[in-house]
Write a protein that binds this ligand. Structure first.
Ligand SMILES: Cc1cc2nc3c(=O)[nH]c(=O)nc-3n(C[C@H](O)[C@H](O)[C@H](O)COP(=O)(O)OP(=O)(O)OC[C@H]3O[C@@H](n4cnc5c(N)ncnc54)[C@H](O)[C@@H]3O)c2cc1C
Ligand code: SF4
Length: 523
């Protein structure tokens, strides 16, 4: 990669007061240990959309903890809007500080970028907290995007990032262990035991201790609901995710020492009694900007080199953090705003209520969906495969509107941010881009869920059945989706076999009619 101003570098003017958004809370968003900071809590953000209560809690808790850490260096204000908040904050600055103006690192959504550029007296600095800059990505993508050049692939990008930051490399620059990707050693089916602790002695995740700041946040959220007409979705409960840098590093250390070993093999597996499996729970602190992704990857590399954690697990984790996460961030900007409106499959069905309210009334009988929605209701989180293959897969098969689904993922998950949505939801999960991010749609029948989880054995449906009372809605949905998009799937080498399979079914028409009947009702 050409330009060497890595995302973590402090590239600002160093003068004046820094305005910190709620996802810019790590030390790398300030230029010095004496710089002053402004933080604005905007209540209208929560009034505009129905967020998960846990997400609102994490964001407010993180901002208030950061302000407390900075002490007198921080000006924390509460206001309806950012504009009003900034005006209030300015009143608390000295004349010299007001005269020097504010600076802000480029924020992470299009709306926020437009907003900061429209403000007087605010200097906008390059974004921070990324492994490579937007200019570096554009340079790489420009080379790839030329006619006759291969398409953009995460795997190619990831190797560039590894080389750029000397991550998991041998002395001669070749990949550690001789290969760039250890997927073939990872991603095993679900173990037979009910939890990873029983299957492989995996320790439970690190949990934070709540403090007075959390108690105050809880009170304030209750007040917003009671007096200000704000509505949240999901259940409240003990805070599960790190909101300070100290907590983030404690969580990371615990994960690397006690859980990373099992991350690779069980990365894709799901167990009804083990929602966290061997995942890191780092998306929240990473997305709040508390830790830098390269720092996280370097610590994972050290866990392999110094603590002997298996390379396949360390590599698999590093690929998520500086490969997928970074790629998704850059695609948000690279693919542009129109990408977010894409609906190549013409999916127009509205999201049903049982889905939007996270099955609060317990209408869903399908064990996989019921459990995953319950986990989201309780935690505002689920790991990657429940998001992609259970929630996203069901939406895809039912033809739900991809933009509505994007808004749902954005608001229902504790780690949801605008930039994560485009590639993950529009692209990977819903194939609404027609194949820009992923070469084929991720849709599957009950056989996949059965292999990767222990859900099916406790479900009233049968993953092998496509027709009848106990026909699995994923299996039936798989064939209905295949029939609906037959032409497109037949034209793609990677999906044409599904169409041949459909043609061999003696009861294809009956399955399609059954699924049309089932529609979006609670399965
Ligand atoms: C439909 C869909 C929606 C998603 N929405 C979000 C979201 O709103 N916010 C979010 O951070 N992630 C999202 N992801 C990616 C991924 O599911 C979560 O990052 C992960 O499950 C968080 O749990 P963890 O921290 O334990 O992750 P781990 O499994 O431990 O992975 C390590 C880290 O890798 C990063 N990562 C891995 N894959 C991705 C990815 N595809 N995109 C971005 N980061 C990735 C995350 O920062 C994560 O913390 C989504 C994936 C899908 C398929
Ligand atoms: S049988 Fe079908 S609906 Fe039931 S858990 Fe398995 S995949 Fe899910």
């Amino acid at each position: 990669m050409a330009d060497d101003t890595a995302g973590g570098a402090a590239a600002g003017s160093g003068d004046g007061v820094r305005w910190l958004f709620a996802d810019q809370l790590g030390p790398h968003f300030l230029d010095s240990t004496s710089q002053r900071a402004v933080l604005v809590e905007s209540t209208r953000v929560f009034a505009r959309r129905t967020y998960h209560r846990r997400k609102a809690h994490l964001v407010l808790s993180a901002m208030r903890h950061r302000a407390a850490e900075l002490g007198e260096r921080a000006v924390l204000v509460q206001a309806a809007t950012y504009r009003e908040g900034l005006a209030l904050a300015r009143e608390q600055l000295t004349d010299a500080e007001r005269a020097a103006g504010l600076s802000v690192c480029d924020p992470t959504s299009r709306a926020a970028r437009r907003f900061v550029r429209g403000l007087d007296g605010v200097e906008v600095l390059p974004a921070r907290g990324w492994a490579v800059t937007e200019a570096q990505f554009a340079h790489w993508a420009g080379r790839k995007g030329q006619p006759g050049q291969p398409r953009l692939l995460m795997e190619d990008f990831y190797r560039e990032v590894r080389k750029h930051h000397h991550l998991l490399l041998e002395g001669d620059g070749s990949p550690l262990g001789g290969t760039w990707n250890y997927d073939h050693d990872n991603r095993e089916p679900a173990p037979k035991a009910p939890t990873l602790e029983e299957a492989a002695g995996v320790a439970e995740p690190w949990w934070p201790h709540e403090d007075d700041v959390d108690a105050q946040v809880r009170e304030d959220l209750d007040r917003m609901v009671r007096d200000e007409g704000v509505t949240f979705v999901g259940e409240d409960g003990p805070r599960r995710f790190a909101v300070t840098r100290r907590e983030a590093l404690a969580n990371l250390r615990h994960f690397l020492t006690h859980r990373l070993e099992a991350f690779g093999p069980y990365e894709d597996a799901m167990l009804a009694q083990d929602r966290w499996m061997a995942h890191s729970l780092m998306s929240v602190p990473l997305n709040l900007g508390l830790v830098h992704p390269v720092e996280v990857a370097e610590r994972a590399e050290a866990a392999h080199r110094e603590q002997g954690v298996r390379l396949a697990s360390a590599e698999g984790f590093v690929r998520q953090v500086v490969g997928w996460r970074e790629y998704v961030w850059h695609l948000y900007w690279h693919l542009g705003e129109d990408f977010e409106r894409a609906n190549e499959l013409g999916a127009r069905e509205p999201l049903p209520r049982w889905f939007t309210d996270l099955d609060a009334d317990g209408e869903v009988r399908a064990a996989c969906l019921s459990d995953v929605l319950g986990t989201v209701r309780e935690e505002g989180w689920a790991h990657h495969i429940p998001r992609l293959m259970v929630l996203g897969g069901y939406a895809l098969a039912r033809g739900w509107d991809p933009q509505e689904l994007t808004a749902w993922f954005h608001t229902r998950f504790v780690d949801g941010y605008a930039w994560v949505m485009a590639a993950n939801t529009i692209g990977m999960s819903q194939h609404a881009d027609g194949g820009v991010v992923a070469t084929k749609p991720y849709w599957s029948g009950g056989a996949y869920v059965d292999r990767m989880s222990d859900y099916c054995k406790r479900c009233p449906y049968d993953p092998k059945k496509r027709l009848g009372e106990d026909a699995c809605p994923f299996t039936g949905g798989y064939w209905a989706f295949t029939a609906r998009h037959e032409e497109r799937l037949a034209a793609n080498r990677r999906t044409s076999r599904a169409v041949s399979g459909l043609h061999r079914l003696p009861d294809a028409d009956a399955v399609v009619a059954q699924e049309a009947d089932r529609g979006s009702s609670a399965p």
